[in-house]
Design a protein around this ligand. Structure first.
Ligand SMILES: Nc1ncnc2c1ncn2[C@@H]1O[C@H](COP(=O)(O)OP(=O)(O)O)[C@@H](O)[C@H]1O
Ligand SMILES: [Mg+2]
Length: 212
């Protein structure tokens, strides 16, 4: 089983958006996929509840129960980590994950949040020893804006790569409301936004293959 944790202690940065999209991607590739939600708001599980039955199936898992078990046969597990996750919980999740994806917005507040989150990560041996792949996703970017330039500058100084930049579009809000993803939208309207996911998907595919 290949496990992707989508984490950032800050709320509203796109964790649920990224987690639901990655789960939709894996399911579309034909992998037996599960989506776990550690956030108190349970947005990802609610999204799953709205998911049309004719789309590739994703199994919802509630890992907040202490006796929670991951069903046999799951090939891809995406974990939407709660915004309030701190210390020990982060460590435990990271230990159980193959890749940690950190969505972030382009703002000074988010940079403070990232600095704090990276401090947590740095306490984890597997991260310090580079045994876990970690990647940033810059979300809701307005291309060529000063905020993005600043974020790029800030993230370049961190030790983990920015693997994707996702632009701001209402299509994500529609996808969230409909239990779907941009990958599953008909017509060409989402195509240029879908293309922005390619480097992140490649990063995950490479990590999954390297771990086999
Ligand atoms: N790239 C984007 N463009 C437009 N809206 C977005 C984008 N990413 C996320 N959103 C919206 O922003 C809100 C917060 O995103 P969400 O994924 O729920 O963040 P988190 O899970 O980190 O709290 C949601 O309403 C979501 O639909
Ligand atoms: Mg969320």
């Amino acid at each position: 089983m290949f496990v992707v944790a989508v984490a950032n202690t800050k709320g509203g940065v796109g964790k649920s958006t990224v987690a639901t999209h990655l789960a939709a991607h894996f399911a579309r590739c034909g992998h037996a996929t599960a989506l776990a939600d550690l956030d108190r708001q349970k947005s990802s599980l609610a999204w799953l509840g709205r998911r049309p039955s004719d789309l590739p199936r994703i199994k919802g898992l509630d890992l907040s129960k202490s006796d929670a078990k991951i069903p046999k046969g799951v090939e891809r597990l995406v974990v939407d980590a709660g915004a309030a996750m701190r210390g020990v919980a982060v460590q435990d999740l990271v230990k159980r994950s193959d890749v940690v994806v950190i969505p972030t917005l382009a703002s000074a507040f988010d940079e403070d949040g990232i600095a704090r989150f990276l401090k947590h990560l740095d306490k984890i041996k597997a991260i310090r020893k580079h045994k876990r792949a970690v990647a940033f996703v810059a979300n809701r970017v307005r291309l060529r804006s000063r905020a993005v330039e600043h974020l790029e500058f800030f993230l370049a100084a961190q030790e983990f790569p920015v693997v994707a930049q996702l632009r701001d579009t209402q299509l994500y809000v529609s996808a969230a409301a409909d239990g779907t993803s941009l990958f599953e939208m008909r017509g060409g309207r989402a195509a240029s936004y879908v293309a922005e996911w390619a480097p992140l998907i490649r990063f995950l595919t490479d990590s999954a293959e390297a771990g086999r």
